[in-house]
Design a protein around this ligand. Structure first.
Ligand SMILES: Cc1ncc(COP(=O)(O)O)c(C=O)c1O
Length: 427
């Protein structure tokens, strides 16, 4: 993708914010190098490029938000599309929203499919990862005694859904532990290999674990059960639009994600990908006239909802495509390395995330040994207006740091200085 500096400014309406004029003759103070032909690592450290991205997010800069893994803000263009369509919807909703706006969801499906590298007929648009994954968890035909293999680091709401199936249907949930941080991808694969049994019918795993940002070798794990009567469900809440991959290449059956995390789509958007041969047998969570239909839209029967919300996913995809997912992935890793490099010499600093690119992306979790996680989180928030996420797991605890593309290096400098002060002077 080629993109000029002026192209960016016009796309994101950021000229004013940067003090640049958008007039063609003087669009930029100096040459804007074409992105094409430059390595993603090179662009990842090009602060002129990222300044334009940062200015596209109308966030509150009196706070430093390092919890984008929870939920992310949207760029201005997404918020404006949402406002525009909400106003239009309310003109005469049964007509303007249902008749005019709702059909446009089909283009959103196509654009999402292109971003996911999958056929549009395998993509359902949902409200979040929970809805996507619950649709699968409650939609599979399983017999009493059938085993579901997952980890003790999978998302609690998904574990609860499986627990409910245990109580109702007599299935068996098996949770394995995985080493944290993992020494290698193979160490994770072998933990899964050891957890499989003759009765395993489902493997449910995160692509990227929310607690530490650890990337799991999903393809290799799916290969363990290839040719067996085992279905693989991936929780992609943190990997989609963060890591550059095509969903079908994971070699799994189902993939659910939130789009309000790394895609910066409106809050309340998600995606469910189902491999085409699995659509027919999957029961919809909300009933459809024909439960065994092979039309993916049978999984979207949620009743009346605000149509502008999924429509504005289109603007988020536009924004994502203009950056390029590979460049975004490289930038998010660069930001992670930026703060880790500046803290790792601190006494007691302990990183619970591997820095191997095959095992992580832009999220990392650290601990200052001897400083309670809760106290450090509270100190950063109350004394420095820095938002982090406290993580507590039986194997480890720490603060999860998840910057986004709108995070500036200055903000990370502030965070680093605050942690250093906490470590050296106490809190
Ligand atoms: C790994 C993982 N899965 C699922 C979810 C649920 O996402 P949502 O609340 O958007 O449904 C989260 C939320 O943080 C998550 O981290």
């Amino acid at each position: 993708m080629g993109m000029t500096r002026r192209g960016f400014i016009e796309s994101f309406g950021a000229a004013t914010a940067l003090g640049w004029t958008a007039s063609p003759a003087s669009a930029a103070p100096g040459p804007w190098p074409e992105l094409e032909g430059r390595s993603v690592e090179d662009v990842a450290r090009d602060e002129d490029f990222w300044a334009v991205i940062q200015a596209a997010y109308p966030v509150d800069r009196a706070l430093i938000n390092l919890n984008n893994g929870g939920v992310s803000p949207s760029p201005r263009t997404v918020q404006e599309a949402l406002r525009r369509d909400l106003a239009y919807s309310n003109g005469a909703p049964s007509y303007t929203m249902w008749r005019h706006l709702e059909p446009r969801k089909e283009l959103v499906r196509q654009r999402l499919a292109r971003l996911a590298g999958a056929p549009a007929e395998e993509i359902a648009i949902t409200r979040n990862a929970t809805e996507s994954l619950d649709t699968v968890i409650f939609g599979l035909n399983l017999e009493p005694g059938d085993e579901v293999l997952t980890t003790d680091q999978d998302y609690p709401r998904m574990i609860n859904a499986w627990r409910q199936r245990e109580l109702r249907d007599g299935i068996v949930l098996r949770q394995i532990s995985i080493p944290t941080p993992p020494p290698s991808r193979e160490a994770i694969v072998s933990a899964f290999r050891a957890g499989l049994s003759e009765r395993t019918k489902v493997v449910h795993l995160c692509h990227m674990i929310n607690l530490t940002g650890t990337l799991l070798p999903v393809r290799e794990i799916a290969d363990l059960v290839r040719g067996r009567d085992v279905q693989v469900i991936v929780d992609g809440a943190h990997s989609f639009a963060h890591i550059d991959f095509a969903i079908p290449d994971l070699g799994v059956d189902y993939f659910g994600a939130s789009l309000h995390k790394w895609l910066s789509a409106p809050i309340g958007t998600g995606l469910l990908w189902v491999r085409s041969k699995r659509i027919g047998p999957l029961w919809p969570l909300f009933a459809h006239t024909e439960a065994s239909s092979t039309d993916i839209r049978k999984l979207e029967q949620i009743g009346t909802y605000p149509v502008p919300i999924p429509l504005a996913i289109s603007e988020a995809i536009q924004f994502q495509e203009q950056i390029g997912t590979a460049r975004k992935e490289a930038r998010l890793r660069f930001l992670r390395d930026y703060w880790v490099d500046r803290l790792q010499d601190l006494e007691g600093f302990c990183l619970h995330t591997s820095r191997d690119p095959g095992l992580s992306g832009g999220i990392a979790t650290f601990e200052l040994v001897g400083v309670p996680v809760r106290d450090l989180g509270a100190y950063l928030l109350t004394k420095h207006q820095i938002i982090t996420t406290g993580i507590n797991h039986p194997q480890f605890s720490g603060l999860r740091i998840s910057p986004h593309v709108y995070t500036s290096l200055r903000e990370l400098d502030h965070f680093v200085a605050a942690v250093r002060t906490a470590a050296q002077d106490g809190i």
